[in-house]
Design a binder for this molecule. Structure first.
Ligand code: FES
Length: 159
């Protein structure tokens, strides 16, 4: 888990104070936290709990329930491999394992250089191209394990 210490921005603090007494505030605030940092940093979760006067466990309960929220800072390039039915049947599972193997990370983890995060996602809506992986919004379709090295290199070379 990331140990990075982030600073709460004045804008975020004002947002939390504004939402403090409104219903459904916790989800709204956590969305704002993730929008600000790209994930939910632990020290910001602690400050948020204090500002909202809710137990920290409640915040982590929400964060872990919705897989939308991330507890670690994502890599510069997020490789989302589709695990929808069409992609799964055409080797999506193997594709994920190949990305993990070549990058030396597990699922939902980020390489130590901060470059890549590998995620499994639901149908991306382009099943005709199965199996599919999307990297920062760019679709790569009809993939084979032999394409993995090329894709990694393509993004690594961009820096
Ligand atoms: S199942 Fe992968 S894009 Fe639809």
């Amino acid at each position: 888990m990331s140990c990075q210490i982030e600073t709460m921005t004045p804008e975020l603090k004002a947002f939390i104070v504004e939402w403090k007494s409104k219903p459904g505030n916790l989800i709204m605030v956590l969305h704002k936290v993730q929008q600000t940092y790209g994930y939910i940093p632990r020290n910001i979760a602690i400050e948020t709990a204090e500002l909202l006067e809710v137990p920290l466990a409640k915040i982590y309960g929400v964060v872990t329930f919705y897989n939308f929220f991330k507890l670690e800072k994502a890599g510069k390039y997020i490789i989302q491999v589709c695990m929808g039915t069409a992609c799964y049947l055409r080797g999506g599972d193997d594709l994920i394992k190949e990305f993990e193997r070549q990058l030396g990370v597990g699922l939902n983890a980020t390489t130590s250089d901060g470059m890549f995060t590998v995620e499994a996602v639901r149908c991306l809506g382009c099943c005709g191209l199965a199996p599919v992986a999307v990297v920062n919004g760019n679709v790569h379709g009809k993939l084979a394990n032999s394409d993995v090295a090329k894709i990694i290199e393509q993004y690594r070379s961009l820096g």
